[in-house]
Write a protein that binds this ligand. Sequence first.
Ligand SMILES: Nc1ncnc2c1ncn2[C@@H]1O[C@H](COP(=O)(O)OP(=O)(O)OP(=O)(O)O)[C@@H](O)[C@H]1O
Length: 630
Amino acid sequence: MSKVWGAARFILAHAWATDRRRLVVATSLMAVGYLSAPLVGIALGALTDATVAADVSLAVSIGVAVALLLVLELMMGHFAHLTYFELGDLQQAALTDEVAAITHGGAGLAQFDRPEFAQRLTVVTEGLLRVRVALESTLQLGGLVLQVLATTAVLAVVEPWLALLPLAAVPPVLLADRAQKVLDVARDASAQDVQRSRHLVEIATTGSSAKEVRLFRAAAPLAARQRAAWGASTDRLAAAHARSATLRAAGQVWFALAYGAAVLLVVREALTGAGSAGQVVLVVTLAVQVSVQVSGALALLGALQGVGRTVEHIEALRATSAGPDGADPDGADAAVSWAAGPAAAVHEGEAVPAGAAVPDGAAVPDGAVPVRLARGLRLEDVTFTYPGKDVPVLRGVSLDVPAGSTLALVGENGAGKSTLVKILCGLYRPTSGRVLVDGVDLATLSDAAWQARVATLFQDFARFQLRVRDDVGTGRVEALDDDAALAGALDRARATSLVDAMPDGLDTLLGTAYADGRDLSGGQWQTLGLARTLMREDPLLVVLDEPAAALDPTAEHALFERFVVHADASRAAAGAITCFVSHRFSTVRDADQIVVLDGGVIVESGDHAALVAQGGTYAELFALQAEAYS
Ligand SMILES: Nc1ncnc2c1ncn2[C@@H]1O[C@H](COP(=O)(O)OP(=O)(O)OP(=O)(O)O)[C@@H](O)[C@H]1O
């Protein structure tokens, strides 16, 4: 019950904060609509009395009033529905925004690896689809409670004992609920037998299995099994139906007795002159309504219990986002305003804090990201274990990556290459050890400001089924509507001709989710993914994590070439580091430094010539690939 009240409170408080005017209008309209029903009962009673007293004009007036009340009840319901439908929509949108902000508020990915976070998110995202219904259910429950109270008050005025009638409606509803559960349990328990029986019928009647059934003379034993499975399920279901019917009947008999007693009570009073025929009609009308109202209220309580679960999870998510590894205090906006800031105004060696450019000569606050890399990146004894796991996937990784250099990571599947890349991007923090950016611990820098200077194309890059401008522009959201910036990125990715050939150019819808959406080949999606990466014009770290795995070697080479041209420009401008992960050694060989990872440990590092001369794993794998392609 506390869950239901919690859910109702949450939904109403949220609706109040979202649009209080609509909430007041919806509540008022519903209250009027719901109160009309007991008033109809009262009016029908009065109409009967006026008819018995042969007071024609009063009877006609009350008749008109009854008609008006019925119209009012219907109309208010419709108008209230319109209002709370809109409000529910707004509320759903606001909560969806909030959950998205909580989900992506933090700079890191660690929360996605926590099973309880992932489960919560699943429950909440499914529950969000029902938020509109939750508001409707809450308001309807309020209306029904009001209706039951009003009906009870009217009945009590006629005869105090009748105030107990709503209570008499509770056992039948609870028994009906129990009856339904009995059936559900039996259906669940029979599901396997039903499934087996269906499968056996299918085997016996389909051509594909006919050969074997005949050859193995299996028809008779299969039929016997089918009969047994079918018999077991029907026996169980028949017993459940009998039990369920008995429970429902007991509830109905109980309410019929209470209803009969109430009617007898008022009929007796009418006969003794203490009451009137109108009161009999009033009680007959309202007593029937009571049963409907109570069952309606209990059904809504059940629905709200489900919402209660979603609400608990939303509140837990809110608490998570305020927690230690929750939102980045700078928030995503910091990255946006930083990226819009005039980086060129800051001289080499100086740094900018998240959200602002620092004027010449100004003191550099903590958390600042350098405008240009002077020294580069340094990994000191980095060990990393995924949240909730026991075994580290990176162990004691130490590495110097000078500013302006290229780093290639190679190694078998699962060696830890992508994990290392994600740590460099600031998506995960090392479990122990440090990553230094020009000598400053990455953990002390603003995540948002650092990530604003990282350009990446991942192995599992996103395929946003949006317009081309949105798919590409997401690489730098403040430039979504900047056609010149988009054209520049498309050009750098050599994607201009691809987009020019599309029916609506930058406004072409992508993907099969839309009737007029344009589907792309894997390579075309990837070209747009690269353009998205190249939206960042002044990165300090440029990463290509094996996005070309599905391409042939020539296509991969072309992709890397496009990438490298941009990376060269960034290196010259900002001392940017280029990092790529590839299984293709033809791509890797030109890197300044090649690092071979094995089981999360660096086993070899150096440039191509040095590693080949060393005659270790790299040399062996390189020779194998060279042979395969020769
Ligand atoms: N989110 C995660 N949660 C738990 N374990 C993970 C997660 N991501 C990766 N791992 C595990 O970490 C190890 C290293 O994975 P990683 O993706 O870094 O390897 P990789 O060298 O990039 O492999 P590949 O060449 O197949 O892409 C693997 O054992 C993988 O199963």
